[in-house]
Design a protein. Structure first.
Length: 241
């Protein structure tokens, strides 16, 4: 039975990768692995049958300071024992520094870095590193064309590659542009602001004129626009005769 402490409900930082490693490197039961990693026992069974294990690169929880060899040995000796996650530096969620990038995406990083260097030179190396999750050494190597795989690097939008979101990229670009004193691109309707205002004024005048014409026509139909009839007198009655 698991020891009662504050870590008993915690799971490894990468549960599936940790489970894959435990399946391949220990004699723990599927139930012990499933409970420690916080996943379903059928997932562990699939890993053991090579149905899902190939999708994950094993992660050693001992090296990650999440388990000790003694804890594993104790669980292997007692199938009823439930392992307890150890508190270690890897379990602390980082709030600064490069982001974690899945293994499957890491090969795309150089392409994303090259795209940023080509299309947004105003972004600092520190910003590129934080956005993509890379180091200044790699950034400089790509910029100076000294990267070991430079011949195969093709600049590609990091958003398309799944290395960051469009919102994150836009925020970094806007911040870098402001710091560099670069004027943001003005939308088309703002570029033509003067012409747009003149056009609106012209349309408003046309509408006002149309209203005046309509009022005049209505007045004419009702007789308000006719000249008043001349009063008949003896003098004007025979004026033309």
């Amino acid at each position: 039975m698991a020891a009662g402490n504050s870590t008993e409900n915690l799971t490894p930082l990468m549960p599936h990768a940790t489970a894959s490693w435990l399946v391949d490197n220990t004699a723990l039961s599927f139930e012990q692995i499933a409970e420690f990693c916080g996943i379903h026992i059928l997932e562990v069974n699939a890993m053991a049958d090579d149905l899902a294990g190939s999708k994950y690169t094993g992660r050693d929880p001992v090296q990650a300071h999440e388990l000790t060899n003694e804890e594993i040995a104790k669980a292997e000796a007692d199938p009823e024992y439930r392992m307890v996650l150890q508190k270690g530096p890897e379990q602390v969620r980082r709030t600064k520094g490069p982001r974690y990038t899945p293994v499957s995406k890491r090969q795309d990083k150089p392409d994303g870095i090259a795209w940023l260097l080509r299309n947004h030179p105003e972004i600092s190396d520190a910003q590129v590193g934080k956005l993509i999750g890379t180091t200044r050494t790699t950034i400089n190597a790509i910029r100076d064309r000294e990267h070991w795989n430079i011949a195969n690097i093709v600049p590609k939008d990091p958003v398309t590659l799944g290395l960051c979101s469009q919102r994150e990229l836009d925020a970094v670009v806007a911040k870098a542009a402001k710091k560099a004193g670069i004027e943001p691109e003005v939308p088309e309707d703002r570029k033509l602001g003067g012409d747009k205002e003149a056009l609106i004024a012209e349309l408003q005048e046309e509408r006002a004129q149309a209203e005046r014409d309509a009022e005049a026509a209505l007045a004419a139909e009702s007789g308000e626009g006719e000249e008043p009839a001349e009063e008949l007198t003896a003098d004007n009655l025979f004026k033309d005769s």
